[in-house]
Every structure is written in structure tokens, then in C-alpha cells.
Design a protein around this ligand. Structure first.
Ligand code: NAP
Length: 295
């Protein structure tokens, strides 16, 4: 088997099965990043994307178990609904309220959330320390839950959630208040603007900057951030959202969501293969190349 060449894999009766379920799924780059890692590590697994509609989730989960899959990823729209079909979920997935990785072992289904691990792994890769820093999370949806859990778990000093819907932001802050210093506001409030000069890390978890919002960015006056602030947008298409382009203009360190996506994949593969640390960079480079080729 040649390194990094997906077409060179030879599957046999011994090959173990992995995959991702979601709907739609044709855009998923998980097969690219997982198969690149599997082949470069000479692991005898195959990873495929499987379209599963909402009303077929239970049947699909039973099918994957019956087919002796080692595990699978779960993406939109099943990350919450999958929970009721699992035998156990770990504490972080339970607090986040969503599962993106399932391991099937001894006929039991174990659920994990590796999105938060992927989000955090990015900071290790760029050597940025999270301990005791002040952070702002923009948006209060599903990805924000994994991001907030990851930040508090990593020991940041504070998290402020700013969103267009202050009620949703408050509900999210309440859900995580046992884990650390967390507050919330409408992002148009004056109080939010006053937080910015003390913010070390700003994370965008809204879709502003991608698809139909490509020319948009959250309403944040980034010039108010300290000069050494870090601006992280979890979007990875385009490579640089308007927020990141603006942040770079003012000299801030910036990062997009490629590390998060690759990192969640690496953490999932660690659980399935049991072979220790997976090289996230290998997956990130495969992802980056796939994005450039628009696979
Ligand atoms: P979600 O659950 O729908 O949440 C989106 C959040 O953004 C909500 O707070 C929503 O506000 C807000 N929002 C949506 N449209 C908005 C607009 N036009 N103006 C202002 N706020 C808006 O979505 P999600 O699953 O959290 O995903 C959010 C983003 O993260 C997506 O772009 C996704 O691609 C990205 N993501 C990246 C990774 C990665 O691995 N890099 C992983 C997961 C997600 P309301 O609640 O008021 O609607």
C-alpha cells in the first residue's frame, strides 16, 4: 500500500469498517481525512460516507451494529437524536448534549463528542496557551456548545457568549455555569463592546462568513481587541472568512476551522483503532488539499 494514495488500498475479508452517517453527506470530507490517515498508518480499515435520512436513523444504527462496524461518525442532522440509540455516552458528550463519534465494542454502542477535542487540539498545534485567559464565543448553537465545553475544560479564566439571540446565549451560559466563569449578552449591547479590550481569544461559531453569508461577519469592532488577541473562526470554507481577513489586517493571530475538523477526526480514530495519538497534521493537510481541489 503506497502512503497517502487512497486508490492504492486493497480491502479484504479482514478489513474493518468505519464511516460517517448524515444527510446530506456527499459534501463530507471525513472519508478523505480518515482514509489518508488509515493508509499512511497501514491500518486495515475502510471509511465511507453513508446518507441516512432522519426517519431511517434507528434502522441505520441497528444495521451498522449488525454489519459489525467498528464505529462511525455522526453529522447533521443526527448528532442529538443518535443519543437515544446508544448504550452509554461519556460525560463530555452528555454535557455538550451531542455525539459525533460512536464506538461499537462487545455488542455495545459508546458515544463521544470529539468536536470539542478537535477544537482544543488546534491550540496545541499552534502553541497557544488557554489557561486563565478571557474568551468570547460568538453564537449560541450546536458548535458553540462543544467550543464552550472545550474552553472551560481546558481551564480558561472566563467565557462570554455573545449572540444575536440573548435568551439563547443566557440558556447556554446557564447550562455550563457549573464548569466555570461564564456570562452572556446580546452582541449589540454596550456591555459586550466593553468586554472586547480584555479579550484574549475571540471564537466565531456562527455561519456568518460562509455560503450565503460569505460577505458578512459578526458585528464585532475587532479594533477594540488587545493587540496580541487570537481570532479563531471555526468555518473552513472559505479558507479565510471576512472576520479573519479583517483580523489579519489589524495584526491579530488568526486560525480557521481546518484544525478543528481534522482534530475531531483524529480523536475519533484514536478511539476506534486504540493505537494512541494520531498525527492531526496528516489529516489537516489531506483536508486542506481536498478543499483546494474542491473534492
Ligand atoms: P447552529 O446550531 O445552527 O448555530 C448557529 C449559530 O449561529 C446560532 O447561534 C445562530 O443564531 C447563529 N446564526 C445563524 N445565522 C445567523 C445570522 N445570519 N446572523 C447571526 N447569527 C446567526 O449551527 P452549528 O452547528 O453551531 O454550526 C455553526 C458553524 O460552525 C457552521 O458554519 C459550521 O460549518 C461550523 N462548524 C465547524 C466545525 C469544524 O469542525 N470546523 C464543526 C461544527 C460546525 P440563532 O440561534 O439565533 O439562529
Amino acid at each position: 500500500m503506497k502512503e497517502g494514495n487512497i486508490l492504492s488500498a486493497i480491502y479484504t475479508g479482514k478489513t474493518k469498517n468505519l464511516g460517517v452517517i448524515g444527510y446530506p453527506i456527499h459534501h463530507s470530507l471525513s472519508p478523505v481525512i480518515q482514509n489518508t490517515a488509515l493508509q499512511s498508518m497501514h491500518l486495515d480499515y475502510a471509511y465511507i460516507a453513508m446518507p441516512v435520512r432522519e426517519n431511517e436513523l434507528e434502522a441505520a444504527v441497528k444495521g451498522l451494529k449488525a454489519l459489525n462496524f467498528t464505529g462511525f461518525n455522526i453529522t447533521i442532522p443526527h448528532k442529538i437524536n443518535i443519543i437515544k440509540y446508544l448504550d452509554e455516552i461519556d460525560q463530555s458528550a452528555s454535557l455538550i448534549g451531542a455525539v459525533n463519534t460512536v464506538l461499537i465494542k462487545n455488542d455495545r454502542l459508546y458515544g463521544y463528542n470529539t468536536d470539542y477535542e478537535g477544537f482544543i487540539s488546534a491550540f496545541q498545534s499552534v502553541k497557544f496557551t488557554l489557561k486563565r485567559i478571557n474568551t468570547v464565543v460568538l453564537g449560541a448553537g450546536g458548535a458553540a456548545r462543544a467550543v464552550i465545553y472545550g474552553l472551560l475544560h481546558a481551564g480558561v479564566g472566563s467565557v462570554h457568549i455573545a449572540a444575536r439571540n440573548a435568551e439563547k446565549a443566557k440558556k447556554l451560559a446557564d447550562d455550563f455555569k457549573e464548569l466555570g466563569n461564564i456570562s452572556s449578552s446580546d452582541w449589540n449591547e454596550k456591555m459586550f463592546q466593553e468586554i472586547l479590550p480584555k479579550t484574549d481569544l475571540l471564537v466565531n461559531t456562527t455561519p456568518l462568513g460562509m455560503d450565503m453569508y460569505i460577505d458578512k461577519m459578526p458585528p464585532v469592532d475587532i479594533t477594540m481587541l488587545p493587540s496580541n488577541a487570537f481570532v479563531y473562526d471555526i468555518i473552513y470554507t472559505p479558507e479565510k472568512t471576512k472576520l479573519l481577513v479583517e483580523a489579519e489586517k489589524y495584526g491579530y493571530t488568526v486560525l480557521n476551522g481546518e484544525y478543528m475538523l481534522a482534530g475531531q477526526g483524529a480523536a475519533a480514530l484514536e478511539k476506534w483503532s486504540g493505537c494512541g495519538k494520531i498525527d492531526v497534521d496528516l489529516m489537516r493537510i489531506a483536508l486542506h488539499e481536498a478543499l483546494l481541489k474542491k473534492l
